[in-house]
Write a protein that binds this ligand. Structure first.
Ligand code: SAM
Length: 330
């Protein structure tokens, strides 16, 4: 209860100060959320062109907040509410932030698959607002985590950077097209809510085995190949993919590529209730990059998740998954 009111309190301050900044600087609300996020992190009002009245109102609101007393999850949630409000109008589905429930479930899977890794490096090549990556970082029980986030959208990655600063996560950010050359060493784990659709840059696509033979290539397929290129041998990849991933005309090529380079460890269908339109339903695909010691499970973990709010069905599902882990990940 206490956490909830803290989150609401933080959201109220971010929301009201963003509205003041948006009006005075004539910028959009979502840009103003980034400005106020910077102010909160730097503990200063950084904008030079503001009126005296706005400066005083901003200062009063910032002073009412004791940001040092906030834990990482409350900071993430409060900032996330303001971004959600800012993105509500007209955000393309490919630019929407990944909901907490999915991030928490990915965190659960990562803890289960990466039991041997005390230290961990993680890459999110479509980091967006950083919500998925920081939900996972707050959830994982690992000692040292080195993390990297890449996104082509400069406004979203600015939010990711501010979000990470507020939560004190030392993430390395790169504002670029992830399908161009990435200067990032292979990591232990990739997490990614894949952007789904066609990739318009044919010249860059030509470097990939998974490029389409005719017309534009699927960017989500190229993202999978690029992610495998940046994963250590035996490392894991956790992708949010369309349910229909293995049913399209490009699927045979994808299957063949995955058979040579990876092991499919799990395909878990997320509850349809999480998506506005069932046709856009998603699943979590877990891959392991092939290496000298990789062993395929007897059978991949295949599951169809019930609604997260259905506790009884969810408990029974978690029990079945735990049994699978006991059997396959000794
Ligand atoms: N997980 C993110 C979050 O929690 O905010 C949301 C990811 S969103 C579904 C997909 C992201 O992919 C968007 O932020 C979009 O800008 C990014 N994207 C699309 N094409 C890209 C590309 N070629 N290189 C890098 N990022 C790309």
């Amino acid at each position: 209860m206490q956490t909830l009111s803290k989150v609401e309190n933080l959201f109220t301050v971010i929301n009201e100060t963003a509205e003041l900044l948006s009006k005075d600087l004539q910028i959009t609300y979502i840009e103003a959320v980034a400005e106020t996020g910077e102010n909160l992190f730097q503990n200063a009002i950084l904008q030079e062109e503001l009126s005296e009245v706005t400066i005083k109102s901003l200062q009063r609101k910032y002073d009412s907040l004791h940001i040092q007393s906030y834990d990482k999850e409350s900071l993430r949630k409060g900032y996330q509410l303001a971004i959600l409000k800012g993105l509500k109008d007209g955000a393309h589905p490919n630019h929407q932030m990944t909901p907490d429930t999915i991030g928490l479930f990915m965190g659960y899977l990562m803890n289960k698959f990466l039991t041997d890794n005390k230290q961990l490096s993680i890459l999110d090549p479509a980091v967006g607002t950083g919500n998925l990556l920081t939900t996972i970082l707050n959830y994982l029980s690992k000692e040292t985590i080195e993390s990297y986030g890449v996104d082509v959208d400069d406004l979203l990655i600015r939010h990711a950077y501010i979000n990470a600063n507020l939560q004190e996560h030392p993430i390395n950010f790169y504002n670029q097209d992830s399908l161009e050359r990435l200067l990032i060493d292979p990591v232990d784990a990739v997490v990614c809510d894949l952007p789904v659709g066609y990739y318009p840059n044919d010249v860059e696509a030509a470097r990939y085995e998974l490029k389409s033979d005719e017309g534009y290539s699927y960017s989500h397929h190229l993202f999978m190949e690029q992610s495998l290129n940046h994963t250590k041998e035996e490392g894991y990849l956790f992708f949010i993919v369309p349910n229909s991933l293995f049913e399209t005309k490009e699927a045979p090529k994808l299957n063949e590529y995955l058979r040579s380079n990876a092991i499919i460890q799990a395909f878990v269908k997320l509850p349809a209730s999480l998506f506005k339109d069932e046709r856009h339903g998603k699943s979590i695909l877990v891959l392991q990059k092939k290496g000298e010691h990789t062993v395929a499970p007897k059978q991949a973990l295949l599951a169809d998740l019930p609604k997260f709010s259905n506790k009884q069905a969810m408990n029974s599902m978690m029990k079945q998954m735990d049994d699978w882990f006991k059997e396959n990940k000794k």
